[in-house]
Ligand binder design. Structure first.
Ligand code: SAM
Length: 215
């Protein structure tokens, strides 16, 4: 573990007292459950491009990935201002220069020309069920890019449930990739975006939530 990421774990614990950032109580727990899980998905991401972490919260997985991949530009996106204020403070204190912290909603930003289909990859952890999450993330990814959804080890059913949504949004091919971090089993759904997202997507969040895309 690099000293920067240990400093990040300490900062999270310090700020947790007034900001409720994590359920973890110790540096070891943050490293084991959050930082190592975040770092493990580096293998699914392209190097050297732009990656958006949708719903970054206190910075997982985007902040540890930004520290580990200095040649890649990260956008840490979250809908909550307080989370984004923490992310800005953390990047400044830790000297992380390749991360931009943005407050906003993914499905609204994806309608703006500067954001739509502009990232080489989108990654996301613990934000929504995959059939909903796909509509928040896939429209942000370029054709030829990748969407990586971090899930529990048993996510094959959730992935199958989202297959129609992924196809409709332009990412018809996906695989479920098992991985381990600090002895804990996880899986990531890795979807290739091979077609453009049709106009009309993403829909408003209330619609996405009420009627996730399905056959
Ligand atoms: N990814 C982090 C992690 O694994 O610890 C945070 C997970 S937290 C449970 C979910 C985060 O997603 C919240 O901080 C919330 O504000 C953010 N979020 C939910 N929907 C969003 C949206 N449509 N656009 C941007 N952020 C969103």
């Amino acid at each position: 573990m690099t000293p920067v990421l240990l400093d990040y774990a300490r900062l999270l614990l310090r700020r947790n007292e007034d900001m409720n950032l994590t359920g973890a109580d110790t540096v070891e727990e943050i490293v084991s459950r959050h930082i190592l899980d975040s770092l493990a998905v580096e293998r699914f991401l392209p190097r050297g491009g732009r990656v958006v972490d949708v719903g970054s919260g206190a910075g997982f997985p985007g902040l540890p990935l930004a520290a580990a991949m200095p040649d890649t530009e990260f956008t840490l996106l979250d809908a909550r201002e307080k989370r984004v204020a923490f992310l800005e403070e953390a990047c400044a204190e830790l000297g992380i220069k390749n991360a931009l912290c943005v407050c906003g909603r993914a499905e609204e930003l994806a309608l703006l020309p500067d954001w739509r289909e502009s990232f080489d990859a989108a990654v996301s952890r613990a934000v929504a069920r995959l059939n909903t999450l796909s509509e928040l993330c896939v429209p942000l990814v370029k054709q030829g890019g990748v969407f990586v959804a971090m899930k529990g080890a048993d996510c094959a059913g959730e992935a199958a449930e989202a297959a129609f949504a992924l196809r409709r949004l332009g990412a018809p091919e996906y695989s479920v990739e098992s991985y381990e971090a600090d002895g804990i089993a996880y899986a990531a759904v890795v979807a290739k975006k091979s077609e453009m997202t049709p106009e009309g997507f993403p829909r408003r969040f209330s619609k996405i939530k009420k009627n996730p895309l399905q056959e």
